[in-house]
Design a protein around this ligand. Structure first.
Ligand SMILES: [Mg+2]
Length: 506
């Protein structure tokens, strides 16, 4: 014990003298030791970080916009951002379809959408019927595993999986970035913003089955929920067209953004999976009647990711007047004409747009961005709507203080852990308890159930690892780019590797 106290004395004398305060060291009283450490450590704490710009564009990879001649866009959740009313609409339509078409119990009609229950990027285990969050090492985040609406206790999670780490075959199909993972893996990632209401429906219905002791197969439930919500998309399209301002967030800057690209002589194209009448109405609302004038190529119902992966699936012309598709052979792409289906190969062959001169924006890191960057060398930008809430949380002074203290407390634990003796160990136990509380507090301010979309405690999530791999830049909204010139170069921050200096280059 003496050694330990001497050690603490020395350590802190050392740290104070480093700060030029002399060896003014107090022994920590036993009962409030970690609080005193907090004060003592506070004096050598770093200043709290500056706010993050919510309109920032963040770089994973260096990107020089001078090299970019062609800007491509996805539509839903990239150019068009929806209000929470969209989640309610999809949830309600999907729930009613479950009863009508799949003959689910009438009782589920009373289950309401739970806003902020789930976050994007979670995995659903189709065998075990659990919704959970994985980190970039495929570790389960304990405390973020749900069956229905209830968290599964940690000991049960460990019993069920026998490990905290999930084998890769559970999560990723053997074929590179396979898009049919849904048919081959035991865990399916819900990486799409449209899947957030699906997750809520899935958990509500699971809870209903559990409460009413109704036996069910998690995989069947998953597929029924997914199919019902997806089969409602045409109805959703129609309802949105009829009342576009109810569902779509207005973005006055979008027209200005297109105008600026146009003035800089950039080419622009749109590749979306949605049908023309839906996109047309939304773009008229966002940009104006003449929105198509900005685009050199418009392709709807593209069926991404197949648009990016299939070799042969001809482009077709859409007749806007007759609202039907034509059978003519497409050999050139005309401005003002709307096209359907096709492949990225055809788009590249006809236009000659290739490689790093193309920058494509999407909200789905896999179906929008993975293939174009891995197979075609396009540059990529991800629109991650959740960043608005995440950055708001990061900028909260209380959060900054907690995150800072968590790091310091972890440092203190790391320094002291090898000292023996009951008193030290007891104290370490207290610190660990405080650290756990802090970690949970930091997690729950993002989302009570699942925490941040980007982190599981200190590690990046599975979702963010993939995002950082496939996106050169990412931002909360496409119009954040208005904060930068069209010749701007985005430089990634030089991160610190574990073997490098701790803070000088941060
Ligand atoms: Mg989209």
């Amino acid at each position: 014990m003496e050694a330990y106290n001497r050690y603490r004395l020395q350590t802190h004398a050392g740290s104070f003298s480093q700060l030029g305060s002399g060896a003014k060291c107090v022994k920590y009283p036993r009962t409030s030791s970690y609080k005193s450490i907090r004060c003592a450590e506070g004096s050598r704490a770093k200043k709290l970080p500056q706010d993050v710009n919510p309109k920032g564009v963040f770089a994973c990879n260096e990107l020089d916009l001078k090299e970019v001649q062609v800007y491509g866009f996805d539509y839903d959740y990239t150019l068009a951002c929806y209000k929470p009313s969209m989640d309610y609409l999809l949830y309600n339509l999907g729930r009613d379809m479950l009863i009508k078409k799949y003959k689910y119990p009438e009782g589920i009609a009373n289950l309401e959408y739970r806003e902020n229950f789930a976050v994007r990027g979670l995995h659903y285990d189709i065998e075990k019927g659990l919704l959970l969050k994985l980190d970039s090492f495929l570790q389960i985040q304990l405390g973020a595993v749900y069956r229905g609406l209830h968290p599964v206790p940690d000991d049960e999670v460990l019993r069920v999986y026998k490990n905290r780490i999930i084998p890769i075959a559970y999560v990723e199909a053997p074929h590179k970035h396979s898009h049919n993972a849904v048919h081959r893996t035991k865990m399916i990632q819900l990486a799409d913003l449209f899947s957030v209401p699906e997750m809520s429906l899935l958990c509500n219905v699971t809870e209903y089955f559990l409460q009413n002791h109704i036996d069910y197969h998690p995989e069947i439930l998953f597929r029924d929920v997914k199919n019902s919500v997806q089969s409602c998309h045409p109805i959703m399209h129609q309802l949105v067209v009829e009342n576009v301002s109810e569902y779509l967030e207005q973005n006055k800057d979008l027209r200005r953004f297109f105008e600026r690209l146009h003035k800089a002589n950039k080419k622009m194209f749109l590749v979306t999976n949605s049908p023309f009448h839906f996109v047309n109405k939304g773009m008229q609302f966002l940009v104006g009647e003449n929105w198509k004038d900005y685009f050199d190529v418009v392709i709807v119902q593209a069926r991404k990711p197949r648009f990016f992966t299939e070799e042969s699936r001809p482009l077709r012309i859409y007749d806007e007047v007759k609202q039907t598709q034509l059978w003519d052979r497409v050999t050139k792409l005309n401005k003002g004409v709307v096209y359907l289906e096709g492949t990225v190969k055809q788009l590249q062959d006809i236009t000659g747009w290739r490689g790093h001169q193309v920058l494509y924006f999407g909200d789905h890191p896999y179906s929008d961005l993975a293939d174009v960057t891995l197979e075609h060398g396009w540059r990529t930008g991800a629109i991650i709507k959740e960043l608005t809430h995440e950055i708001e949380t990061l900028n909260d002074p209380k959060f900054k203080e907690n995150a800072n203290w968590l790091q310091m407390l972890t440092g203190v634990i790391e320094e002291h852990q090898d000292y023996e003796g009951a008193e030290v160990q007891e104290e370490l136990g207290e610190w660990m308890k405080e650290r756990d509380q802090l970690r949970n507090e930091i997690k729950s301010v993002f989302n009570k159930q699942f925490g941040s979309v980007f982190r599981t405690y200190h590690n990046p999530t599975y979702f963010s690892r993939r995002l950082f791999r496939f996106a050169d830049i990412y931002m909360s909204s496409i119009t954040n780019l208005l904060e930068y010139s069209t010749s701007h170069t985005f430089y990634p921050r030089r991160g610190v590797m574990p073997h490098e200096y701790t803070s000088y280059f941060m």
